[in-house]
Ligand binder design. Structure first.
Ligand SMILES: [Zn+2]
Length: 81
């Protein structure tokens, strides 16, 4: 069986489904995304309409690609303050 999805939410917390899948996975294949600085991005920053970091809210929020930015850990932590 093959599953695909995000590992963590905009607060760097595992999704319950991701946690369960990681627990039983035989192999994990990371798809590479790139941060604005060129490093590998591993975090998903949620942003508002003005592009400011959203630090609290529901774990899932359906929106377009303009509501999330893929960042490396360093830049995610900077934006989350
Ligand atoms: Zn970066």
């Amino acid at each position: 069986m093959l599953c695909y999805g995000l590992r963590t939410d905009f607060q760097a917390e595992l999704f319950p489904g991701s946690a369960a899948l990681l627990g039983i996975a035989d192999a994990l294949i990371e798809l590479k995304a790139v941060c604005e600085c060129g490093r590998k991005s591993s975090m998903n920053l949620r942003v508002d309409e003005q592009g400011n970091a959203v630090k609290a809210g529901a774990q899932t929020e359906i929106g377009g690609n303009d509501r999330y930015v893929a960042l490396c850990r360093k830049h995610f932590m900077e934006k989350m303050g």
